[in-house]
Design a protein around this ligand. Structure first.
Ligand code: PLP
Length: 393
């Protein structure tokens, strides 16, 4: 008789977004005249930029003509896109071989899929609070997880200490949910730790394009990282590809564990289980790297960054402790008056008609904290911050 993967029984139900939706619906049903502003969304709101749409349209038309039709493509991604990504990394001083770049259908899939390469005996170190995918994908495989506390004391940027242990280490910078960004020194400490202990860092750079203060945008800006880290990136937040689906994963040739180059292993895994990203989508991603695409996506990021700045300024004016907001689309703050994050959620909804995300949905250390995202419109962000200021001044 068929037996299921028992590890799935150990997954906790995720009530976060369904509970938020339920509470908002109840409030809105009882108060149909009130305008609720959503400051909790992790999805983008601006459309794809014209340079991306142009590429996509041309590619789609080409697919209908025998001369320019494309069938199965290379599993690692088309050369035109990998070369464009190579050029992009050069801008922050990172030189990559084209075959170290694997085009993906987004960071989420690869963050989960990479675990195929590693024994379930490995231990895993995950900062708390965290993007929940890191936790659940390891529970599915039955790996032992240790949580690393991120908190006000370490500014939500934990670094390795004398007791730190873990074969697989997850780092996300700029961080979801906290918006905190690791400095060069802090990432250097992680790279040194990983190299000294034979650990692998899984570095999630999904929000790198929000960095503008010289902080590292890629872990490979740190010496030695190519011997201990895989990097995941995405066009989702950089260029509004949340629904279009494209990203890339970097597996350097110098990453060798247990006598085996991970690049070869990942290529074997991908050529067996993945048939590549749609040609039309890769052409759309190519549009991001054209001069117009760079300018237009930068404008969109600046738009979100202005929202984030406004939120950060509001926290400053109110004297509320927060992280993020500067090189990130998220502001993570301590609930005023020491409130519990769900009680604060209700207060904000009922008194100011603002919806955010309670921090405890991201882990134990999120208790008493709250996340706002910058992906709403300017108008809504301004209105929400006005209401927020009035309520807590
Ligand atoms: N990594 C982090 C930290 C995220 O917050 C998200 C999406 O919200 C992802 C990865 C997923 O990105 P993608 O849309 O490329 O799958």
């Amino acid at each position: 008789m068929l037996k299921i993967n028992e590890n799935y029984r150990n997954l906790k139900e995720s009530y976060l977004f369904s509970e938020i939706a339920k509470r908002v619906k109840e409030y809105q049903d009882a108060n149909p005249d009130k305008k609720v502003i959503r400051m909790g969304i992790g999805d983008v709101s601006l459309p794809l930029c014209p340079a991306v749409v142009d590429e996509m349209q041309q590619a789609a038309v080409g697919m209908g003509k025998a001369e320019t039709f494309h069938g199965y493509g290379p599993e690692q991604g088309y050369a035109f896109l990998r070369e464009a990504i190579q050029g992009y990394y050069k801008e922050f001083g990172v030189s990559l071989e084209a075959d170290e770049i694997f085009v993906s259908d987004g960071a989420k899939s690869d963050v989960g899929n990479i675990l195929d390469l590693f024994s379930t005996d490995n231990t895993v170190l995950i900062p708390d609070p965290v993007y929940p995918v890191y936790v659940d994908t390891n529970i599915m495989d039955g790996r032992k997880i240790t949580f690393l506390p991120a908190n006000r004391e370490n500014h939500f940027l934990p670094v390795p200490g004398p007791d730190t242990q873990g074969d697989i280490i997850y780092l996300c910078s700029p961080n979801n949910p906290t918006g905190a960004v690791y400095s060069r020194e802090q990432l250097g400490a992680w790279v040194d730790f990983a190299k000294a202990n034979g650990s692998l860092i899984l570095f999630d750079a999904a929000y790198e394009s929000f960095i503008s203060d010289g902080s590292p945008r890629s872990i490979y800006e740190i010496d030695g990282a190519k011997e201990c880290a895989v990097e995941f990136c995405s066009f989702s937040k950089t260029a509004g590809f949340t629904g279009t689906r494209c990203g890339y994963t970097i597996v350097p040739h110098t990453l060798v564990f247990d006598g085996t180059p991970l690049n070869r292993l990942w290529l074997r895994r991908q050529t067996t289980k993945f048939n590549g990203v749609a040609y039309v989508v890769q052409r759309a991603a190519m549009g991001v790297f054209t001069p117009e695409g760079r300018r237009q996506t930068r404008e969109n990021i600046e738009y979100y960054k202005r929202n984030a700045q406004l939120m950060a300024e509001t926290m400053e004016k109110l004297g509320i402790w927060y992280t993020g907001g500067k090189n990130s689309p998220y502001v993570w703050f301590q609930c005023p008056g020491g409130a519990d994050s769900w009680a604060f959620f209700d207060e904000l909804l009922h008194k100011a008609q603002i919806v955010g995300t309670p921090g405890e949905g991201f882990g134990e250390n999120g208790k008493g904290y709250f996340r706002f995202s910058a992906f709403s419109s300017h108008e809504d962000t301004q209105e929400a911050m006005k209401r927020f200021y009035e309520l807590y001044r």
